[in-house]
Ligand binder design. Sequence first.
Ligand code: IMO
Ligand code: MG
Length: 428
Amino acid sequence: MGNVTVIGAQWGDEGKGKLVDWLSNRADVVVRFQGGHNAGHTLVVGDQVYKLSLLPSGVVQGKLSVIGNGVVVDPWHLLEEIAKIGAQGINITPDLLVLADNAALILPLHRDLDQAREKAAVNKIGTTGRGIGPAYEDKVGRRAIRVGDLADREALEAKIDRLLAHHGPLRRGLGLPEFDAAGLLAELGAMAPKILPFARPAWRLLDQAVKSGKRVLFEGAQGALLDVDHGTYPYVTSSNTVAGQAAAGSGLGPKGAGFVLGIVKAYTTRVGEGPFPTELFDDIGQHLGTVGREFGVVTGRPRRCGWFDAVLVRQSVALNGIDGIALTKLDILDGLPTLKICVGYRLGDQTFDYLPAGLKAQSALTPIYEEMEGWSESTAGATSWKDLPANAVKYVRRVEELIGAPAAMVSTSPQRDDTIMVRDPFQD
Ligand code: IMO
Ligand code: MG
């Protein structure tokens, strides 16, 4: 039986959470493999709305959920989210949630650094301010404190000292107060008994699960254009967000990713700073933001909105090895008389059929548009192709053609079941 990897094909907020929740009843295990609580996944089930940032969306359907080694984990936030979801009736126990013992922790000093840098910077990134970048820096710098370290208080003390040898000068340079090492040690000590019951060698559990025929659903966070290598660098997040990371960030080998399902919004949004060739500053942009309720789940910031960019998504199809897409929020385009799709870029007298890597070029691109006739009917809640107006079907077909990947699903509202299923990725 195949596995499925769900990733964002644009700049995040494509609706990954809804699709993961919807697919998770076909899976046995749901795994997060990168990012942290910078993600914001909204799941609507009947009249209940679940907002998840760190917990895999599988918890809502009671599926074994794994936070893999590739994730950076803020243990305070984790406990808060467990309590919040618990208050909505989902009891998160170590039978339901597994936390990789080799995942790196996000500590308060990472958040301090993230926020202080954003405040001081001339060219700020517009991060979520949750310490994601600095935590990954410490992981790659080989001085991170990891989940398993919470079990050994003595070693922990030495690790905190080592970490502070690095952070002390940084904090002083940014005018931040001296960090209270003893306070951190005490807090982590108090926290350890609450976190450690979830800690396990997640790679081993996944290896055994796959060997016994279980199906794994990988849940990506952010999107391919926010990937630290392939995205609009430096306006990116600090992890690899592409499907290939599912292997490294979980400990299951590269064949484990299975069917790669790219989640693609029917238009484009971005939150935070950075290049965005098809961004709209007019009424249509406003309209997409309002009707699409485009506000960040994590920070509440309004998202920037623009036309569908087929060039970006075609690139994303290649970078991720996308087998099929789930097109989301098609209903937000309902009622627009004319729709535009970006099919190339112009830069001076040059044209591009891909996004060039340099920030300077990326910021100066003008989109080349193709126009299509819109539809006036509502597509919200459609569950089969025949519920869609002809022009909406045409739009989907044109998107498929331009990006070079078929639509496996079309999502027509935030509700779990408002989804047109063309092809079950688990059956592939
Ligand atoms: P989901 O999973 C959209 C953006 C931030 C900022 C940049 C770096 O909901 O799709 P970071 O805090 O990660 O260092 O910020 O990345 N960003 C997201 N944008 N959706 C997300 O997650 C995002 N997570 C981070 O806005 O531009
Ligand atoms: Mg989000």
